[in-house]
Design a binder for this molecule. Structure first.
Ligand SMILES: C[S@@+](CC[C@H](N)C(=O)[O-])C[C@H]1O[C@@H](n2cnc3c(N)ncnc32)[C@H](O)[C@@H]1O
Length: 141
């Protein structure tokens, strides 16, 4: 396997993940704020970036709009041509595509839905979202 890097927001998680995955080769953990300029990481250097809940988390934080925009700009910069940013989210397209579909980005965005496992009646009763969303942004060559 080629090197896998995990970009994590908090140091305590770096230690925990190192321990939990000590049996895996080629793993590297970096503590980093994804909403700050990420000068440590080269442009066009990641073939795949998987995000489960991080953009959601940033989009719920203070100054969410500016921070989410900066995070997605960073991801776009470090993603290699032909590579994909896979963003698993609770949020509907109208609240995520505003960040992902920036005219300056050289990528194509596909939106996918995964039904949550429960009855539609229950979701309707609780007025809850019935789907998870997976946004796949594939950078042009
Ligand atoms: C909902 S949790 C998801 C964690 C993990 N991906 C999972 O699915 O179990 C959101 C994660 O986003 C990280 N996060 C939030 N803001 C961040 C930021 N500005 N930079 C880097 N990571 C951040 C948090 O540290 C947390 O681990």
């Amino acid at each position: 396997m080629k090197e896998v890097r995990s970009l994590i927001g908090f140091n305590v998680l770096v230690e925990e993940m190192k321990e939990r995955n000590s049996h895996l080769d080629d793993m590297d953990y970096v503590e980093m704020d994804l909403t700050e300029p990420m000068d440590l990481l080269d442009s066009d250097s990641f073939t795949c970036i998987i995000d489960k809940g991080t953009l959601d988390s940033v989009a719920c934080s203070e100054q969410y709009s500016q921070r989410a925009k900066q995070m997605v700009e960073n991801v776009h910069r470090i993603l290699a041509p032909g590579g994909s940013y896979i963003c698993v989210s609770y949020a509907r397209p109208e609240t995520r595509l505003i960040y992902l579909k920036d005219p300056n980005f050289k990528w194509k965005v596909d939106t996918n839905k995964i039904a949550k496992k429960s009855s539609i009646e229950l979701f309707e009763r609780l007025d809850q979202e019935q789907f998870y969303y997976v946004y796949i942004c594939t950078k042009n060559y």
